[in-house]
Design a protein around this ligand. Structure first.
Ligand code: C2E
Ligand code: CA
Ligand code: CA
Length: 588
């Protein structure tokens, strides 16, 4: 029973069952049929309840029951089986094959290197027949060819073609085996990350794409030398290798060894200075950690090690918790984009500092996660902005904002909305996206403003500039968000088609600190005006700040003093109030 279980495990781990036909097996099956001059031949694999044919000639079906199948006997015994006449064989005369008219069978065992018999290469005939020694030997040889083919295909998906080392799939299998054999053991698992993606990009830009392969081969060879011939080293992702420290060694005890490894000549001298290898370790408890989780944890520890600019790092649970949450948010945001319940937008009024009336509103995204509850945009936006979902997020916000605004326009609430765009959005076709949204909702172009942070414009290209120019030609205003927190200067911004400056709330909140801070804000406003920008003060929380800003000539203010970000209905009410009598400056 135990052998049978291991045999089935071996068969299933080959991922052969229920795969399509393949010429490399069919060729062997045809040869078997020709040698015996018999109409039927098959590569028949013995699954728990069935014989499944990886390859066959002369039969239609793919599978027959295991019960009373001669191939199953071959799988059990691991030996060649010949049935010269089914009619004379008490065990098989009433078998499925026997009653369907089969009289002759010869099957050679398919035995793996580890000694598991997967099934048989068999030939069948409709007449009783004898077999010669030569035929039986040929059948055995062909069976060995089948096994070689199986193993070849299997290794093909398990060896990294560049390093020649076993890959992630093999790591998972080997670790599962280890966990079965020694579930209570711990080992220190180590990831060596050879270089950062940008380093590889730079290298291939300078030295050509083969540089990547050279780095990988160098690293694989050096690790082999360093760790010894018998160490299992896995190449788990393009730049990452993983191996286990010898049994009985703890993470701290292994640090010195890894320091020597990272400091060694991992890669050849000419590219040595272009890459920075780091190692990350974790205690791998077979019983409680799956191989996939081990790799994931190591990956997160590598990121953390890089972020802290160390060369050796240790996986920590609390950091991992952060990574897992980030990962989860990223993962779950996709669903949020299509689920009507999770995302919504709110509107924070921008107020004219002279009249106290609402002139526009900033659109801010809100996410209520079905299990984690409200997630602050300060947490999820940076994660999404750096992912492939950055554009779908902005598309969603833009479309939703335009839909709401068109409803408001029909009610006579002709306000303007400003939508936050992420840096990476600028590589998309923002111009058509915005035009399409405005047109399909029947909105004028001046109804929309977009906010971009300084940072996103720092490295603008000619194409980006062209897109911004097109937007401005269309009549859409562009605002620089969080101004003052980046490194750009007004003279730099002058080259961009920007018309609004949002002074970051950190400067506005510092106004109460004293005259230095006030002078700073004042000169920001003055300079902006000289360059004909409109100036918005963000994060106005107290009346004193609003008063000061008005005196300084600041055009608009936004902040909790006037209003928090509001749901559509609440915004509507406030807008109507300020259109009639209310003045948010005096009300506040
Ligand atoms: P932001 O673009 O600078 O948005 C202004 C943030 O300041 C908002 O935070 C707003 O609620 C908050 N705020 C407004 N008045 C005050 C005040 O008086 N005091 C204080 N302390 N805070 C105030 P929120 O909604 O949490 O958004 C945070 C950031 O998330 C935004 O900063 C923006 O960078 C990003 N974000 C929000 N929605 C979107 C979006 O739809 N797209 C993109 N790309 N980013 C968004
Ligand atoms: Ca903003
Ligand atoms: Ca801002």
């Amino acid at each position: 029973m135990e052998y049978e279980q291991r045999r089935l495990d071996a068969l299933r781990s080959l991922d052969l069952l229920d795969t399509p036909e393949s010429e490399s097996f069919d060729r062997i099956t045809r040869m078997a049929s020709q040698i015996f001059q018999l109409p039927v031949a098959a590569v028949s694999l013995t699954d728990s309840e069935r014989q499944w044919f990886k390859s066959k000639v002369g039969i239609q079906h793919n599978t027959i029951p295991r019960n009373k199948a001669p191939c199953a006997e071959v799988a059990d015994s691991g030996e060649l089986l010949v049935i010269e006449d089914f009619a004379l064989d008490s065990r098989y005369c009433d078998s499925l094959l026997g009653v369907s008219g089969i009289r002759f069978y010869a099957g050679a065992p398919l035995v793996t290197r580890e000694g598991y018999c997967l099934g048989a290469l068999c030939v069948l005939g409709n007449e009783p027949r004898k077999s010669t020694e030569a035929e039986r030997m040929a059948l055995q040889d062909l069976a060995s060819l089948v096994i070689s083919q199986i193993e070849l295909q299997h290794t093909f998906g398990r060896i990294d073609p560049i390093s020649g080392l076993p890959n992630r799939v093999q790591f998972s299998d080997d670790m599962s085996d280890l966990a079965r054999v020694a579930p209570d053991e711990n080992r220190v698992a180590v990831a060596l990350d050879v270089a950062q993606p940008y380093q590889m990009e730079r290298l291939s830009a300078v030295m050509g794409p083969a540089a990547y392969e050279q780095v990988i081969r160098d690293a694989a060879r050096s690790m082999r030398t360093f760790l010894g011939l018998r160490a299992a080293i896995y190449h788990v992702s393009p730049m990452q290798f993983v191996f286990l420290a010898p049994p009985g060694i703890d993470a701290n005890g292994y640090r010195a060894t890894l320091l020597r490894l990272t400091a060694s000549e991992l890669v050849s001298a000419e590219i040595k200075y272009a890459v920075t290898p780091v190692c990350a370790m974790m205690t791998y408890i077979f019983k409680s950690t799956s191989p996939t989780n081990c790799l994931r944890a190591l990956s997160s520890a590598v990121q953390e090690t890089r972020a802290s600019e160390l060369s050796i790092g240790l996986f920590s649970d609390s950091q991992d918790h952060d990574y897992r949450r980030k990962f989860r948010l990223l993962n779950d945001f996709q669903a949020a984009l299509t689920d009507q319940q999770q995302l919504r937008i709110v509107f924070q009024p921008r107020v004219d500092l002279l009249s106290g009336k609402i002139v526009s509103a900033e659109v801010l995204l809100r996410w209520r996660h079905p299990e984690l509850g409200d997630i602050s945009p300060g947490e999820f936006v940076p994660i999404i902005e750096n992912s492939a979902l950055a554009w779908p997020m902005t598309q969603w916000v833009l479309a939703t904002a335009c839909r709401q605004l068109s409803i408001w326009y029909k009610q006579g609430i002709s306000t303007r909305l400003s939508v936050n765009f992420s840096a990476s959005n600028l590589k998309e076709d923002v111009v058509s996206e915005i035009r399409n949204n405005l047109t399909s909702h029947g909105l004028p172009h001046h109804a929309l403003e977009i906010e971009l942070t300084e940072g996103s414009l720092m490295k603008h290209s000619a194409q980006v500039l062209k897109k911004l120019d097109q937007l401005v030609e269309d009549g859409i205003k562009i605002a620089i968000d969080d101004f003052g927190t980046g490194y750009s200067s007004l003279s730099y911004l002058q080259r961009l088609p920007v018309s609004v400056i949002n002074i970051d709330r950190s400067f506005i909140q510092a106004l109460s600190n004293g005259s230095r801070e006030q002078k700073l804000v004042h000169s920001m406003i003055r300079l902006s005006h000289e360059m004909e920008y409109k100036v918005v003060a963000e994060g106005v929380e107290v009346p004193e700040a609003a008063d000061l800003l008005r005196v300084m000539g600041c055009d608009e203010g936004q902040g909790y003093l006037f209003a928090r970000p509001l749901a559509p209905r609440a915004f509507e009410d406030l807008w109507k109030d300020t259109q009639s009598a209310a003045n948010l400056l005096t009300a506040a």
